[in-house]
Design a protein around this ligand. Structure first.
Ligand SMILES: C[S@@+](CC[C@H](N)C(=O)[O-])C[C@H]1O[C@@H](n2cnc3c(N)ncnc32)[C@H](O)[C@@H]1O
Length: 281
């Protein structure tokens, strides 16, 4: 972590204070520690470090979620529908649950158009990695596929991670869910995969550390990468966001191999990067 002080015993106390409140308790501790180092300045008082870290965690994680009770009820509804083996009830319950997280709620009116563009029916998809997934993996309840993809969902908010794990188990998806912080210096997607989803997440990573979004984008070895950006801030302002994100993405993706297709779908700016086909593949 360039130029940043290591975590010491004092930091452990500050981290415990940050995580003493419920919304912060569910966030991956290593991620909390990282955010703490980035917001800390020499001579800062412990209570100011707690406040500044919580503010940044709210901005990048907490601001998107609803109440735990509502999420629980929504997940139980999906589990009941899956147990009853009723695909249209599963579809309806997954759409209803997606309203809980601001990112999927915004996408709901155009989610079918989005899925048809990003993952056309008939294409073979063996593996998907969904970074900063929120409740996005619930789209699998809208597109049941026999022998569907292996799904790796990554989310620093453990409350969301546990909910996603329950849904994917109920849907019978071969999935792993992890709370890893993808801004950690040596994070990479891992072995070759078919589809990497970086949906509305790169700006959050840049909020933690400038350059982290670019690093994650370029650490990928996927056959297809879907990158999206929100058209509005959580407060509702749309001022020039598409232009800003379009310019940011083109800078970050400069020199990357493959073809890039751009679409605006609903209120989301979307890029689909298809890697060059491998010889003999
Ligand atoms: C704007 S939301 C997008 C959610 C989802 N990708 C979608 O488009 O529906 C960003 C999500 O990334 C998660 N997140 C933020 N920073 C992260 C990090 N460093 N590592 C993994 N997940 C992160 C947040 O908790 C939040 O759920």
């Amino acid at each position: 972590m360039k130029g940043r002080p290591p975590i010491d015993d004092g930091d452990a106390e500050v981290i415990a204070a940050i995580q003493a409140r419920p919304p912060y308790r569910a966030i991956d501790r290593a991620f909390v520690a990282r955010v703490l180092t980035f917001v800390s300045r020499p001579g800062m008082k412990a209570e100011d470090r707690v406040r500044a870290t919580r503010a940044r965690l709210h901005q990048t994680v907490g601001a998107y979620r609803g109440s735990a009770r509502i999420l629980e009820d929504a997940i139980v509804a999906i589990e009941d529908a899956a147990r009853a083996n009723d695909p249209s009830a599963v579809d309806a319950a997954c759409r209803a649950a997606m309203r809980w997280h601001a990112s999927t709620r915004e996408r709901l009116p155009t989610i079918d158009t989005f899925l048809t563009w990003a993952l056309p029916a008939g294409e073979r998809v063996g593996s998907i990695v969904d970074v900063g997934c929120g409740l996005n993996p619930l789209w699998l309840g809208l597109r049941p596929r026999r022998g569907g993809p292996r799904y790796r969902a990554i989310e620093v908010d453990d409350a969301i991670g546990r909910a996603v794990a329950r849904v994917l188990t109920a849907l019978g998806v071969d999935a792993t869910i992890s709370g890893e912080d993808v801004t950690a210096p040596n994070w990479s997607v891992g072995p070759e995969i078919d589809v990497l989803l970086l949906m509305k997440v790169l700006p959050n990573l840049e909020q933690v550390e400038s350059g982290a979004g670019t690093r994650v984008l370029r650490a990928n070895r996927a056959r297809r990468t879907i990158v999206t950006f929100p058209g509005r801030s959580l407060g509702g302002s749309a001022k020039g966001m598409f232009r800003t994100y379009d310019a940011w993405f083109r800078r970050a993706a400069e020199g990357m191999d493959g073809s890039i297709e751009t679409r605006t779908i609903g209120e989301e700016l979307c890029f689909r990067i298809d890697a060059p086909t491998r010889e003999g593949g």
